[in-house]
Design a protein around this ligand. Structure first.
Ligand SMILES: Nc1ncnc2c1ncn2[C@@H]1O[C@H](COP(=O)(O)OP(=O)(O)OP(=O)(O)O)[C@@H](O)[C@H]1O
Ligand SMILES: [Mg+2]
Length: 348
């Protein structure tokens, strides 16, 4: 029997086309079918979890997850179903723990001992760790605090001191005034450090709460470079340039950043650098296979010798879309079939 490739989606949401599916899902289904590989879309619904599990276990060779788990009522139920399916031998694209690993902001911290990420990048999982360490890291220069939940720049704050610190201070005093700019819309607010840290408690409490603290990279003004990856191949590049204004640093779409679509060949240095780092990325993020479709965002920095260096700012792998480049569906179908063949050979 020709087992199916199952695409998981959820019903509703504003990313769906007239057929009720994400606009880039059916192109993949059709491309697989044209290649003789059966494929089907299933809407995940927690109340039907057992039924869905049984059906997929019986009928699928692989699944492709196209759901933003953060939007589910209970993402852990979805993850545990996927985990169980992978245990049953279904090929996970991606494995749920790879999804969690690549998608969470603390992926940066797991890579802080590599040349992809500055070594002074921290993650805070408790309010106490945050309040103890942040005044120290801020004493070293402008920082960016990133909440784990949410996207499009919400809860991503650039934090800088208004008055210079006394040179002997290794910690910013709690009553120092700080200027905070949120990446959502580049708006500025002034706080006392203590009050701002109280405000940030919301980002740490609750499921998957955490804050990542990394140095601010001023060359963000030149743009953020997104590599769109198909497994281990960069297939597209988006250059995202923040709006030109004194306080702007956000490359998110809704902040007004300007997007330009480039080819991987136009960014050869970055591409070669990142490809050389893929083994260490996989290793640090749990040793899972790379996700099927995912993105990695980079910001330029300058090293001690005055040369350009690229810093990884974020990765996404849960619900990456490609509606503006639908022809990619053909390459994705080839990659899925390649993965299935590879898997079948391994299990003989
Ligand atoms: N270390 C940094 N230095 C300079 N700018 C940064 C830094 N980190 C993030 N930014 C800016 O803030 C923006 C939002 O940050 P990030 O992409 O990490 O968060 P996000 O909310 O998950 O956004 P997305 O919608 O891309 O998922 C980036 O696009 C970039 O412009
Ligand atoms: Mg981003």
């Amino acid at each position: 029997m020709n087992k199916k490739v199952i695409f998981f989606e959820v019903q509703g949401g504003n990313d769906k086309g007239p057929d009720g599916y994400r606009k880039d899902t059916m192109p993949m289904v059709h491309a697989l079918q044209q290649r003789g590989q059966d494929a089907e879309v299933i809407f995940y619904d927690m109340t039907k979890q057992q039924e869905i599990f049984d059906y997929v276990k019986e009928n699928a060779i692989a699944y492709v997850s196209r759901i933003n788990p953060g939007n589910l009522k209970d993402e852990s139920a979805y993850f545990s179903m996927l985990r169980q399916l992978c245990k049953e031998g279904i090929i996970g694209m991606p494995h749920p723990d790879a999804m969690i690993g690549y998608g969470a902001k603390d992926a940066l911290v797991k890579l802080a001992d590599t040349s992809l990420v500055p070594s002074d990048t921290y993650a805070y999982y408790t309010i106490e760790e945050f309040k103890n360490n942040f005044p120290k890291s801020l004493a070293n220069g402008i920082r960016v605090l990133k909440q784990n939940r949410g996207s499009t720049g919400e809860g991503i704050w650039r934090v800088q001191l208004v008055d210079e610190l006394e040179p002997e201070n290794t910690e910013v005093p709690l009553n120092a005034t700080i200027k905070c700019t949120e990446a959502k819309d580049n708006h500025v607010e002034y706080f006392e450090l203590a009050a701002f840290m109280d405000f940030c408690e919301q980002y740490i409490v609750g499921d998957n709460g955490m804050l990542v603290d990394m140095q601010f990279l001023p060359r963000i003004k030149e743009g953020e470079i997104r590599l769109f990856m198909l497994h281990d191949k960069p297939v597209n590049v988006v250059h995202k340039k923040p709006v030109e204004s004194e306080d702007s640093f956000s490359a998110t779409l809704f902040s007004g950043a300007n997007y330009r679509y480039d080819k991987p060949e136009d960014w050869k240095n970055l591409v070669d650098f990142f490809l050389s780092k893929l083994p260490v990325v996989m290793d640090r993020l749990g040793g899972y296979d790379l996700p099927l479709i995912w993105t990695a965002d980079f910001i330029l920095d300058t090293d001690e010798a005055g040369n350009d260096r690229y810093v990884l700012g974020e990765m996404n792998c849960s619900c990456v879309g490609f509606t503006s480049e639908l022809e990619l569906a053909q390459d994705i179908a080839d990659e899925i079939i390649f993965k299935i063949k590879e898997h079948t050979l391994q299990s003989i």
